[in-house]
Design a protein around this ligand. Structure first.
Ligand code: GLN
Length: 289
């Protein structure tokens, strides 16, 4: 069957939840992903020549997106640091600010890397690509996330070990790799306060995993305390820590690391000019608090 302007039909349905510009971008993205059409193909009307089956698939995807499912879950992937990262409900969709954090690690020359609360594995995998000789581990408490992360490692042919670890459970003994060489401990842990839910987009709240996002209002730094302790186990002197933070607490996180025996704690800004990362260095193996 010959359609008339399927592109506009898709775009119009998307506009029930997205601005005109966003709807257009998503419609182009879907047509490229599902049918391999470029923007100029679409503008020349080639979308109208697609098979009924493909158009049916596109309409189904658009319906899900218009009802609030994140585009990346519907497509099954997102692009992150030039890697195609598979995502599904159960892992956080990688954000641009997290890609900024990975990029800031280029200044280091780590021989071993631990990514705590790894989720889809995006940070660990991007760092393995950046530092192919480093040994890289990603830890998470969620089996669903670990399945997705392992699948991503296989698809991308990157040698990263993913391990089931409850980062908040300090009683489990440190496992694994040698501390010799310069380590990098990196994490994008949950850091959004429960009270910030009201400011968040519906598609995040209703579809992305709460356990990857939220911390209690009365203890917003709990993951950073645990990460600081892990750093004492996992890093030798001179090892680096890099963490993503809630912009409201970036300076408190820097103070926390200072108080736990780390040096050179510095707050870094993301691509949106928000205080978003803290980097610091371990100076003394003597201080374990
Ligand atoms: N940056 C994410 C957001 O704003 C939160 C990531 C996290 O909690 N680690 O949705």
């Amino acid at each position: 069957m010959q359609y008339t302007n399927i592109f506009h039909t898709l775009k119009k349905e998307l506009q029930s939840s997205y601005s005109q510009r966003e709807a257009e971008t998503i419609a182009f993205w879907l047509l490229e992903d599902v049918a391999g059409l470029t923007r100029s193909d679409v503008l020349m009307g080639r979308a109208d020549l697609l098979s009924d089956e493909l158009i049916g698939r596109l309409q189904q995807m658009v319906r899900r997106i218009a009802q609030g499912e994140p585009v990346q879950y519907v497509l099954g992937y997102t692009d992150f640091c030039n890697l195609r990262i598979g995502v599904a409900p159960g892992v956080l969709i990688p954000r641009p600010e997290t890609a900024d954090m990975v990029e800031m690690c280029r200044q280091f020359a780590p021989t071993h890397i631990y990514d705590l609360c790894t989720g889809s594995g995006c940070i660990a995998l991007a760092l393995k690509k950046m530092f192919p000789k480093a040994t890289v581990e990603g830890w998470d408490i969620s089996d669903k996330a670990l399945d997705i992360a392992r699948q991503n490692a296989e698809d991308l042919e990157l040698d990263v070990t993913f391990r089931h670890v409850d980062v908040l459970d300090g009683s489990s003994p440190p496992v694994g790799m040698s501390r010799r060489g310069i380590g990098l401990l990196i994490s994008n842990p949950p850091y959004v306060c429960d009270s910030e839910r009201a400011e968040m987009e519906r598609n995040v709240l209703e579809h992305e995993p709460a356990e990857a996002l939220f911390v209690p209002d009365d203890d917003p730094l709990l993951f950073y305390r645990a990460i600081a302790t892990w750093g004492h186990y996992l890093l030798s002197d001179g090892g680096h820590v890099m963490v993503e933070t809630n912009r409201r607490y970036a300076h408190d996180v820097a103070d926390l690391f200072r108080s736990k025996g780390y040096d050179e704690a510095e707050v870094l800004k993301d691509c949106f000019s928000n205080d978003r990362m803290v980097q610091c260095q371990k100076i003394s193996t003597a201080v374990v608090q």
